[in-house]
Design a protein around this ligand. Structure first.
Ligand SMILES: Cc1cc2nc3c(=O)[nH]c(=O)nc-3n(C[C@H](O)[C@H](O)[C@H](O)COP(=O)(O)O)c2cc1C
Length: 242
């Protein structure tokens, strides 16, 4: 049986239309508890800050003007991810943020990453926002994605990992994450490095893809170690007993 969190990879979809239903105290507690258990990709405690605000607070915080307000999704709540001296802050924003997205989905809340809110000065620590709340639309999980073969090279019996990676959300659906399978190693790299417009957002996308990948490894009872080498991630995989 699939774990509850892993299942959410296949249920999540970016939602852009929300009801105005508010969060009750029990739900707020669940969100705080989800945030407190997040880990960085190197296994250390997550030092990023997740600031939760209502839509009004979010757009009024740095005074978004009329045009910029139109670019952000109108959801009852927003999470701002703040770097707070975290190493590899953009990768980890994706990595920890996506786990939070999946945990929110687990408790019935939908989300949408909002890169558009980055264009305006929201303070030095600000990395990205996530719109969230209760969906007001039918969620069709059919996705616009490349074919499964387009995401990897090499032979693998870990096709579940490629499938989980394929489900990952990405800025403008650019799907930059690719895999190379080699012996017991997986190399994760950015296939969209030359895109200057999506540059920072694609780094967040890589962190998101990495979390989908490691969740798939965990689901298959595999241990792993993630190393960052230059712009690539080398994931060493071993069985529980090794
Ligand atoms: C880093 C990042 C930034 C994004 N920024 C926006 C945005 O500003 N506005 C928006 O409507 N969707 C945004 N999205 C959502 C993507 O468009 C969406 O993930 C992609 O189209 C795939 O669809 P899916 O998430 O429903 O699978 C963003 C996604 C990511 C990962």
């Amino acid at each position: 049986m699939m774990s509850k969190l892993y299942e959410q990879i296949y249920k999540r979809k970016s939602v852009r239309k929300y009801s105005d239903r508010t969060l009750d105290n029990e739900t707020k507690k669940k969100i705080d508890s989800a945030i407190s258990t997040l880990k960085l990709f190197n296994g250390k405690e997550c030092t990023l800050k997740f600031k939760i605000q209502t839509y009004k607070e979010f757009v009024n915080d740095k005074k978004l003007n009329f045009i910029t307000k139109k670019m952000v999704i109108k959801s009852p709540y927003y999470i701002s991810i703040l770097r707070n001296k975290t190493e590899d802050a953009y990768i980890n924003a994706g990595y920890c943020g996506e786990e939070l997205v999946l945990r929110l989905k687990e408790i019935g809340l939908d989300t949408c990453w909002v890169g558009a809110a980055k264009v305006f000065d929201r303070g030095q620590d600000y990395i990205i926002g996530i719109a969230f709340g209760y969906s007001d639309t039918y969620i069709d999980v059919n996705r616009r994605r490349l074919n499964i073969e387009d995401y990897y090279e090499g032979d693998t019996d870990l096709i579940d990992i490629v499938k989980a990676l394929r489900e990952a959300p990405s800025a403008k659906n650019s799907q930059p994450a690719r895999l190379k399978f080699k012996d017991k190693k997986i190399v994760l790299y950015n296939n969209n490095k030359n895109n200057r417009i999506l540059k920072d957002l694609n780094v967040i996308d890589m962190g998101i893809a990495l979390r989908h990948l490691t969740l798939a490894l965990e689901e298959n009872n595999l241990n792993y170690k993630v190393k960052k080498e230059a712009e690539e991630f080398i994931i060493e995989v071993f069985n529980e007993s090794e």
